[in-house]
Design a protein around this ligand. Structure first.
Ligand code: GRF
Length: 208
């Protein structure tokens, strides 16, 4: 099945680029039906336009959280989105948004990538916080989103080392390379085998 995804970005969109490349290379059977951003200046939107993708940019400024989310949901309606893929989207989504993507099994069809091994180092500065803590191993988590920030059933995790002579820049660069491989791989697994293939047995129905 060809997975229909909407990718949400707020910044440079390097994960979006990796997903686009995987699709163009034939490694990921998906179509990006829309790239959404709350930041009209996000470089990720430029990436999307360069690849001929539809974009929907709507600043959250001057709108309530609920109004902003409602306009995005309204825009996505009718596009047949199977999964919302958060790729550096710097807005917390409320249950109003999530409920628009509720699966019959009870989970939300919204996926996030976080630059640390959850449940460690939640929040907007995963790389910086893990580095400052002095971890010797860190990693990347791809997970289903729920109402809590950086929380929800884990779909995949991949570790990478922090080397003795790392700076925050080299540490982050190593992590981003993992992100760019892992996110397309997870999406390809969903496209090929379904979301349940990535959930642990105990989490096959995650919520009622
Ligand atoms: C990534 O580190 C991702 O894990 C986090 O936000 C960053 C987005 O980077 N959620 P980019 O915009 O994909 O380059």
């Amino acid at each position: 099945m060809r997975l229909k995804i909407a990718v949400f970005v707020s910044g440079k969109g390097s994960n979006l680029s990796a997903i686009i490349k995987a699709i163009e290379d034939g490694a990921l059977g998906a179509s990006i039906v829309c790239v959404v951003s709350n930041n009209p200046d996000a470089y990720g939107l430029t990436v999307a336009r360069e690849h001929g993708l539809e974009v929907f940019a709507l600043s959250h400024k001057g709108l309530s959280r609920q109004e902003h989310e409602a306009k995005i949901v309204e825009h996505l309606q009718g596009l047949g989105v199977d999964f919302v893929v958060l790729a550096g989207y710097m807005r917390v989504l409320t249950s109003h948004f999530l409920n628009a993507f509720k699966d019959a099994d009870g989970f939300f069809r919204v996926i996030n990538i976080h630059p640390a091994l959850l449940p460690s180092f939640k929040g907007a500065n995963g790389y910086e916080d893990a580095f400052a803590y002095g971890v010797k191993v860190s990693g990347i988590t791809v997970h289903l989103v729920d109402e809590e920030v950086d929380h929800g059933p884990i779909l995949a995790q991949r570790a990478f080392p922090r080397l003795a002579d790392d700076t925050i820049e080299t540490f982050k660069q190593r992590g981003l390379e993992v992100e760019h491989a892992l996110y397309p791989e997870v999406l390809a697994a969903i496209a090929n085998h379904g979301i349940h293939s990535l959930l642990l047995n105990s989490l096959k129905t995650v919520r009622t």
